[in-house]
Design a protein around this ligand. Structure first.
Ligand SMILES: Cc1ncc(COP(=O)(O)O)c(C=O)c1O
Length: 533
């Protein structure tokens, strides 16, 4: 897929002469001369001086090196050919491809060693250690719903979620170089799969995977898509909008929150009016607000923004929705979706995942000021991500190879079935859960069906009951739910996460066990309190 030159995409304040090999060479030579060390060395040991000059980047002068040179120092060993420019955020070349001296083969995903369950203890006995077990037995065990994980209560909070055995096994990948070809190939495949997950075929769209959590996505938006003094319209459906707004303010961006009553979402006419009142650089929509379980409808909102304020960039906080709710990045004309690894994507926490549209990247390139973040700056990450996808070793900051392997496995699993089936399954399971909750006489924060998320349910407890009274009881029954998070009503409700493998795997009974536990737990706690069951 041709995505054009990354060099062209970079803003003016990056380009200057930084890509000019001659300017680089001249600067390199100048930087390698430190007047102080030169004088000392010249007077005391001319031979030493010659030695240091021969390896200038390892000399004392490296202490004075600018960031560009520090990066080159670290990645220098990648190039067998000294004439090939180093690929750092400051030097990208996508056309020529140096010979890779490491042969790459797809990674063989081995079945993990299955271990015997020892009810609710973390002690396990490896069957393979017992010596006499063979693959047939391992398969038998798998079909008997055994897992490689020690027996544990099912984690049904709205993220992190339960993880699949193979995803966890990928985390125990042997250590490998983060700039070696095999790892870079894996990273490149991850980026390609993310395009599919976000349903974007537009070559100008740009995925980013950076070590961090979902919060880093907010920082990336505020630092890269906005400039100090810009206006952001934040649609508020719970706690996470408050935090996103706070993040904007941190970067000098003025955030206006459009709030709805708890359990509801701002309505289209209100959003339209707000957009007409002021010129907003970005509008943010929390797809599923994890504090309330309220779902926002992206498509009609995006249509409205396109009509009323076409220059406004549409940003979706999809931390609790990517992987369980339909997001049609291209078709709906979204500019940026941020998410994280640990929710419906089903990979352990530690990765900030972002998809930016060509328009968002263009807006970034046209900014007048440098992003006020170093680690989160797309100036640094854009060329790295483009190089990874072109399977070219690159370095800006060390990624976590183990997490990237886990993400590769979880995305491969997601992509092995049609996305529509995945979303339909989440919806069906969610509706079944919501019916059961209703049958128990419990109300949801999101009372209107159209506001209800498919990956979680926020449930009001019966009058007088608090989360600390019910949650430990549920945990004893093998289920972990989360307490309330919305500051105004936190003590009145609990949250049930139903995403990923707990929903998709036919071998697991997490959901039915959780519904049963909730029913029994409420009866028991009510009985203890002398109430009616
Ligand atoms: C909707 C939403 N946005 C942002 C975040 C922040 O993500 P993280 O906790 O991974 O930093 C979360 C976390 O749960 C979330 O649910």
């Amino acid at each position: 897929m041709s995505r054009g030159s990354a060099k062209q995409q970079l803003p003016d304040w990056v380009k200057s002469d930084e890509m000019n090999p001659q300017a680089l060479l001249q600067e390199h030579n100048e930087a390698s001369r430190n007047p102080v060390t030169d004088v000392i060395l010249a007077s005391q040991a001319p031979q030493l001086l010659r030695l240091f000059r021969a390896a200038p980047r390892l000399s004392f002068s490296s202490r004075l090196a600018k960031p560009r040179e520090r990066l080159s120092l670290i990645s220098r060993h990648l190039n067998s050919d000294a004439n090939v420019p180093l690929r750092t955020p400051f030097s990208v070349e996508r056309e020529s491809r140096p010979n890779d001296d490491i042969l790459w083969e797809p990674i063989e995903r081995k079945t993990p060693e299955y271990q015997q369950k020892q009810s609710f203890s973390t002690q396990t006995v490896s069957l393979q250690e017992e010596g006499k077990r063979d693959k047939t037995i391992v398969d038998d065990i798998k079909s008997a719903k055994m897992s490689s994980q020690p027996s544990h209560p099912a984690l049904l909070i709205p993220g992190p979620i339960e993880f699949d055995d193979d995803v966890l096994a990928s985390m125990s990948h042997y250590s490998e170089s983060h700039v070696g070809q095999p790892f870079v190939n894996t990273f490149g495949e991850v980026l390609a799969m993310l395009r599919k997950l976000f349903q974007t075929e537009n070559p100008a769209s740009q995925p980013f995977v950076i070590s961090g959590s979902g919060t880093l996505g907010w920082d990336q938006v505020a630092a890269n898509l906005c400039e100090p003094g810009d206006e952001a319209l934040v649609l508020h459906t719970g706690y996470f909008a408050d935090s996103f707004a706070d993040c904007f303010e941190t970067y000098g961006v003025h955030a206006t929150q459009l709030k709805a009553p708890i359990g509801d979402r701002p309505q289209l006419p209100e959003v339209e009016q707000a957009l007409k009142e002021k010129k907003y650089k970005v509008i943010t929509i929390t797809h599923t607000d994890t504090s309330t379980g309220v779902l926002s409808e992206i498509k009609p909102l995006a249509e409205l923004v396109h009509k009323v304020s076409p220059d406004t960039l549409i940003v979706v906080d999809g931390v609790c929705s990517v992987g369980c709710e339909d997001i049609q990045f291209d078709a709906w004309g979204i500019d940026c979706v941020i998410t994280a690894s640990q929710k419906a994507i089903g990979c352990p926490a530690g990765l900030s995942i972002v998809m930016a549209s060509g328009r968002a990247i263009e807006s970034f390139c046209n900014r007048k000021t440098r992003p006020a973040s170093y680690f989160g700056s797309w100036k640094n990450w854009l060329p790295i991500m483009q190089n990874y996808e072109a399977k070219k070793p690159s370095y800006f900051a060390t990624p976590s190879p183990q997490l990237i392997h886990a993400l590769h496995t979880s995305l491969s699993q997601i992509m092995s079935r049609p996305l529509a089936d995945r979303f339909a399954r989440h919806k069906k399971v969610s509706q079944d859960i919501k019916k059961e909750v209703e049958a128990l006489g419990l109300k949801q924060l999101a009372s209107k069906p159209e506001n209800q998320a498919n990956g979680m349910t926020a449930i009001y407890l019966p009058e007088g009951l608090t989360p600390p009274e019910i949650l430990p009881n549920l945990m004893k029954k093998g289920v972990i739910f989360a307490g309330g998070l919305h500051k105004e009503i936190a003590t009145k409700y609990i949250r049930f996460g139903h995403m990923g493998v707990s929903v998709m795997s036919e071998e697991r009974d997490d959901i039915s066990s959780a519904v049963k536990a909730l029913k029994e737990g409420l009866e028991e706690v009510n009985a203890l309190k002398g109430g009616k069951s």
